[in-house]
Design a protein around this ligand. Structure first.
Ligand SMILES: Nc1ncnc2c1ncn2[C@@H]1O[C@H](COP(=O)(O)OP(=O)(O)OP(=O)(O)O)[C@@H](O)[C@H]1O
Ligand SMILES: [Mg+2]
Length: 221
């Protein structure tokens, strides 16, 4: 096993009355597909936020590829992982799909090139959104925005993916496209953490199943 995350003694609460996690240990395997389930409000999104370095006031330690996450900048963290948020629009920072995907690429290259434009087109095509590449995001449906957010995964193919409810709001065809991408990627040795209530959709590609209960995450398979 090659852990991408190693979590020790993690406790987290939003305030005095609202404990979310209490002193638990966990490792996430870089190459495995890990599914995380749990009731509404049990802390799944909070866990993703902790892994993405978006919550600072926790106790215990979270190591990302062996380095304490508290010591890493968001830029450094995003060199290792990509986090697709539950709320579709929360993933979009630009006004069009093409601009948004360009921002993902601009970390690697500061000037636009034909190759990079082609990669964006291919990513949007995969999720059947190429036709809307220059349309304003604010006129799109929730499912369409989710498909743009998921297109960004294809530009970040070799990172560890943290997907919070990736199929929520997607039609059947789009779910199939996503599952197919995750399956192919798994065959190439890349893992992901998938948070979902729709376990059936992912059942055949899960290596490890985890559950949040009583302020802890436990492996149940
Ligand atoms: N910023 C915040 N401040 C205070 N409480 C919060 C905050 N964000 C979330 N919570 C609370 O923390 C708990 C866990 O929320 P979280 O969003 O992690 O749940 P979840 O398991 O992802 O739920 P769902 O299945 O509905 O997506 C909830 O009770 C929620 O109200
Ligand atoms: Mg959630």
């Amino acid at each position: 096993m090659k852990p991408i995350y190693k979590i020790d003694n993690l406790s987290f609460s939003y305030n005095d009355k609202k404990q979310i996690f209490s002193q638990f240990h966990l490792e996430l395997d870089l190459k495995k597909i890990t599914l995380l389930e749990g009731a509404n409000g049990s802390g799944k999104t909070t866990f993703c936020r902790l892994l993405a370095g978006l919550e600072n006031f926790f106790s215990g330690s979270i190591l990302l590829d062996g380095v304490n996450i508290s010591k890493l900048s968001i830029n450094k963290i995003s060199e290792n992982i990509v986090y697709i948020k539950q709320e579709p629009l929360a993933n979009i920072v630009a006004s069009t799909a093409d601009e948004d995907l360009f921002i993902w690429q601009s970390k690697f290259l500061h000037n636009e090139t034909e190759t990079f434009a082609k990669l964006r087109k291919e990513a949007l095509s995969k999720f059947k959104m190429k036709h809307a590449k220059d349309a304003p995001v604010w006129n799109m449906s929730g499912g369409e925005i989710k498909r743009i957010a998921l297109s960004a995964l294809l530009l970040n193919y070799n990172k560890y993916w943290i997907l919070d409810e990736p199929t929520a709001g997607l039609d059947k065809k789009s779910v199939g496209i996503l599952i197919d991408i995750i399956q192919k990627r798994k065959n190439n040795g890349y893992g992901a953490l998938i948070v979902t209530h729709r376990i059936k959709e992912f059942e055949h590609l899960i290596d490890i199943k985890m559950q949040i209960e009583n302020w802890k995450i436990d492996r149940i398979r």
